[in-house]
Design a protein around this ligand. Sequence first.
Ligand SMILES: [Zn+2]
Length: 199
Amino acid sequence: MGGFGSGFRGTAKATTRDRHRLSVKDWGNLPPGARAIWNITRGGWQDLGSVHVCVEADALALTYTPPNGSPIEQWIDIERAPCRFSGSRPWFLCPWCGRRCGALYRGRGGFYCRECAGLNYQSTREPPDTRAVHKADRIRARLGWPAGIAFGHGPKPKGMHWRTFWRLVAEHDRHAHAFMEGSMARLDKAHERLLRCGR
Ligand SMILES: [Zn+2]
C-alpha cells in the first residue's frame, strides 16, 4: 500500500499524523522535476484519494483525485523568506487566500491553509475579491444603484437618512477597493506564471 512519498526518492517521510497534510519542510526544498504520488487513507485502509505532486521551480503542481471524483489541479506557489541569521526558508502560499503557511491541509476542493481548508465549502468557493464585489453589489441593490462597481456612485434613495447613505457608500467603497486590489494581485500572479511557462 502506497503511503506518503511512495514511488519517490527523496527526503520526504511520512508519519500517520501527516497523512492529510503537505508540509513545506518535506516538499519545499526538493529539486525541480521531482515527482511523487501520495495515496491518502484514513486508518490505513479507507481510500481518500491520491495526490500527484510535481515539483516546479518555486511551486508545486498538485493533481488531487478524490475517490469517485474528477481530478483537481492546483498550483501551489512557494515563497522563500530570509531567515533571521542566514539563508532562507520556504513557505507555501495558500492557493486560496495567498497567506504564507507551513503546511497545507486537505479540504473539499483541494489543499489549503488550515483556515481555508476548515471553512465552509460554499463560502469559500469564490476567491475573496469576488466575494468583495458581491458584497458591494448587495449594498448597491440596497441603494437602488445598478449592479456593478464600474457604474460608480448613484444618488441617495428617497427617504434614506444621509448618515445611513454615507455609511453604506463608505462600506461599498471598501469592498470595491478590496476587489480591485485582489483582482490586480491575481492578474500579476497569472502574468508571472505565463512568463515562467514560456521559459
Ligand atoms: Zn488560506
